[in-house]
Design a binder for this molecule. Structure first.
Ligand code: UDP
Length: 553
């Protein structure tokens, strides 16, 4: 199957000549290895050496040309996980003249995206580290289209979710082990190496305890567009958000109410909910809705997504399967359960996802606080939370602890012990948390598109001053509305004015509803004030400041 890369579409001799004459050409974006993506003409791969090769000739290009800094620590990250030392990319160099003594290269005609999958066995990692970054890297470079070839260099087999990776393009992705089938030397006519990190929202705790990334750059809008594209490619029919034409509004509401249901995402092998049936009954009774269970062990992924994409609520133990909440409709709730001694505040990949601006999901966590309701597994292998391999003292300390202290990824035995517990969910406390957490329903109408438009700069800012007496002065500031306001319906428009006496390092902030104001308090004669003005829509959409005004009284 992998041999389908055809040689027919390119003129072999022309390609070989081009490689020999021009060598490899590389142009990258990004200042650091952690934000770099590189585009190559004629990047080659030697399967014998398991190395990429850059061929130098008189017309080869290498930008950035880092010299030996290319190894400090690497040219770029091959996965979307920041600066992970098992995920670095680099190439070896050879003069193009060496080609004469090397095996005949096989050329790959497809535009290729070369990357590492980070952990293709785990669904959260599949979506967060690979699928979303690859999807948006392909959007960034228009020749990485539906015909693009993906090459996964991490060295793993297909894994359980390979069908999801297949959705990224119409061509079969290639694994590292398959590259040898192309011969000893293969050359990618056009390729991109590396993944965009723009869409990731979580860091897994390699250098500091896990948590949301410091500077999240993605909003619910991009996540939802990705979800929509994936669903289309899985042939899942979407519920249109604006399909309310037929029938009266009341009828529609009634019908929708009847169709509403809750999904319990169940795990069948580890981290079990021991009284799932009881939990389901309680949910059905409390919300007067159908409750459906899904599990990765029992259903195909597309059929699970079909169900989740129309659900009102998704309930699940903490775990990778909760990444499927990115397919929930707007307004739905995510309910995440945590085993005993695990603090929900410290493990927030799904809370962070649900809370991205524009995701429009509610999020509630419940934590088992009753030790008698937990079932531990001390005798299991260490990677499933077993602790019998540890010193007796350490085992006793872990058994006595009621809260896993903050820790780094990935092998902390106390963390693994606690996170792989099974839980008997205490129904009264669960329903209590749920009712409390879902008391206010989000108003989706209010959080619609117009609310994400920021004000422009206020225009024609001016100041006028006058001196009243030796200790009394006035400062009048006026401005025009931002240019984009006249095209918008905004609920509330306000202006913020900052006044700073020149040379001081503090300022006085004012919020004003109108477009001019005369300040007299705290205004001194014969003094220079710096004045900044900006517009604010609906309390929290801040615009930029206009150029600073210098106002001398
Ligand atoms: N998994 C599952 N059922 C189970 C246990 C795990 O479907 O009973 C899936 C899980 O969703 C994830 C993968 O197997 O995709 C690895 O699970 P693990 O518990 O190692 O990771 P976690 O869910 O804690 O991220």
């Amino acid at each position: 199957q992998s041999q389908e890369v055809s040689q027919a579409r390119i003129d072999y001799h022309a390609a070989l000549l081009a490689l020999q004459e021009h060598g490899t050409r590389m142009v990258c974006t990004g200042k650091m290895h952690t934000d770099r993506i590189c585009r190559f003409d004629y990047l080659c791969y030697c399967s014998e050496a398991e190395e990429f090769v850059f061929f130098h000739s008189n017309s080869s290009v290498m930008l950035p040309n880092l010299g030996p800094r290319r190894f400090q620590p690497a040219l770029l990250d091959l996965s979307s996980v920041e600066d992970h030392n098992t995920q670095y990319f680099n190439f070896l160099e050879l003069p193009a003249a060496a080609l004469k003594f090397m095996p005949k290269p096989v050329f790959v005609p497809d535009v290729t995206l070369i990357l590492n999958r980070f952990n293709p066995d785990n669904l959260m990692h599949v979506f967060h580290d690979d699928l979303l970054p690859a999807f948006y890297t392909m959007k960034q470079y228009s020749d990485l289209d539906d015909e693009a070839r993906l090459v996964f260099m991490e060295g793993w087999g297909e894994g359980p979710h390979f069908d999801l990776y297949r959705l990224l393009s119409s061509k079969q992705p290639l694994l590292k082990e398959q590259l040898r089938n192309f011969g000893k030397l293969m050359c990618f006519t056009k390729s991109y190496v590396g993944l965009s990190k723009m869409t990731t929202w979580y860091q897994y705790g390699f250098v500091q305890p896990q948590g949301p990334k410091a500077n999240i750059l993605v909003s619910g809008n991009e996540i939802r567009q990705f979800a929509k594209a994936m669903m289309e490619r899985m042939n899942i029919t979407m519920v249109e958000e604006t399909e309310k034409d037929a029938g009266s509004v009341e009828e529609e509401k009634e019908k929708e109410k009847k169709d509403e249901y809750i999904v319990v995402f169940s795990r069948s092998s580890t981290r079990l909910i021991l009284n799932e049936a009881e939990l389901i009954m309680a949910l059905a009774q409390e919300f007067q809705m159908r409750v459906v269970t899904v599990s990765l062990e029992e259903q195909s992924f597309p059929s699970i997504i079909q169900i989740i994409s129309r659900a009102s609520m998704l309930v699940s133990m903490h775990g990778a399967q909760l990444v499927t909440s990115l397919f929930l409709p707007r307004g739905a709730a995510v309910v995440e359960l945590f085993p005993f001694a695990v603090n929900p505040e410290q493990y927030t990949p799904y809370k962070t996802l649900a809370s991205l601006p524009g995701m429009d999901l509610q999020y509630v966590s419940w934590r088992n606080t009753m030790e008698e309701n937990t079932v531990t597994h001390p005798d299991r292998p260490w990677e499933q939370g077993g602790i019998t391999h540890l010193e007796k003292d350490e085992q006793e300390r872990i058994l006595a602890s009621k809260d896993v202290p903050r820790h780094l990824c990935c092998r902390n035995p106390e963390w693994l012990f606690r996170i792989y517990q099974d839980t008997l969910v205490d129904i009264p406390s669960f329903l209590e948390v749920l009712k409390e957490g879902l008391r206010t329903r989000p108003n989706l109408k209010k959080t619609k598109l117009a609310n994400t438009v920021h004000p422009g700069r206020v225009r024609e800012p001016q100041c006028h001053t006058s001196v009243q007496a030796t200790n009394e002065a006035k400062l009048t500031v006026s401005w025009q509305i931002p240019w984009n306001l006249k095209y918008l319906k905004v609920r509330e428009v306000k202006y913020e004015v900052w006044i700073q006496e020149q040379g001081e390092n503090t300022y006085m902030p004012y919020i004003l509803p109108q477009q001019n104001y005369t300040f007299s308090e705290n205004i001194k004669p014969f003094t220079t004030y710096l004045v900044w003005v900006r517009c604010i829509f609906n309390k929290n959409l801040l615009g930029p400041f206009a150029d600073v005004l210098m106002c001398r009284t």
